[in-house]
Design a protein around this ligand. Sequence first.
Ligand code: ATP
Ligand code: MG
Length: 389
Amino acid sequence: MKEIILLKYGEVVLKGLNRGYFDSMLLKRARALLKGVDGSFTFEYSQSTLCIRGSENADIDSAYSQMKKLFGVTTVCRGIECEKDIQAIKKAIIENGGRFLKGAKTFKCVAKRSDKMFPLNSPQICAECGELILDNFKGLSVDVVNPDVSINIEIRDKAAFVHGGGEKGAGGMPAGSNGNALLLLSGGIDSPVAGYMISKRGVAVDAVYFESPPYTSESAKEKVISLARKLSEYNGRMNLYCVSITEIQQTMTGICETKLFTLLLRRFMMRIAERIALETGAQALVTGESVGQVASQTTMSLAVTNSVVGIPVFRPCIGLDKEEIVVRARSIGTFDISSLPYEDCCTVFTPKHPNTRPTEELLVNEEKKLDVEGLIERAIQSKTCIRIG
Ligand code: ATP
Ligand code: MG
């Protein structure tokens, strides 16, 4: 009898000829997530479930919580593997039922018998195990429609699995299975959520952070590094590029209309990000913009921000309210980091009355006052790269 972790795959199972590719990406990430966990682990996929077995000294608790970060998996559960014998199954239920049924008032048994040679059929397995539970765990009753806990008994090819249902997995597609994108990562709440959402779809994400030393501090940068680390817990290794835009902001001051500052800066950021994306093999940019959230995110502002780049710009938060973004930020663990009170380059130079109805012509004319190309080149020269994860 052995404790195991069972993972149920999501959309991956709908893949056709390229299924093997997605499976191998998922396994690669699962292995990486278990790297720092005590013990060694083996993986076996059969009947749309990945079974993870640990060595004697394996830290199953940590392995289990790591698996909740694995994209491509819809359900994560802990179970017991035992001999394919009704007495062994009953023993597993008696020894582990207390844990599976913790806090439950009602339960039902669900049996799945893929080995049709097993002497009992599914209703018989359920009847025997149900009775056993009623006899051994007091205060429980059966509810087959809406039970607090389902005790699952799966009769497989080589062994039987017993588990108490699972928890929701991270969902999405295996990390890195869907191309590369470059995330514009600020220290705010929205862009880490955007990065998480796009990497959940299997896109490998690198990030670029625009800093403005000495107006922005090392602590502000550390905050962004922490955010990138948090994201890499889900999507694996990433590069964080840091680019100084101090010269751009200083040059604009005094020459350009203050009410256009934010948009001019956003256009610089997009152009620089696009160049880094093309240099590093990313096919798209990702931002945390949400329509209407601030002046630089009205439809007209987004249009003039978008118009300076040719590659696709993904904005996964575009239709989310701030509240919805905050809920996500909390659940992925970025909210507390984002809430640290360090300055952002945009806020340092924010105009009091930003333009909310800009036109392309207005911005193009304003940019004529600047050596746009030279400023971009010099900003890119300042680029440094931090390896995360
Ligand atoms: P966030 O919470 O992500 O900072 P925000 O609501 O504060 O978003 P803005 O500051 O207008 O909005 O930024 C819009 C988007 O531009 C951000 O979501 C992010 O993708 C990008 N961005 C803004 N500032 C920076 C920065 N300093 N470095 C990298 N990207 C940035
Ligand atoms: Mg911001």
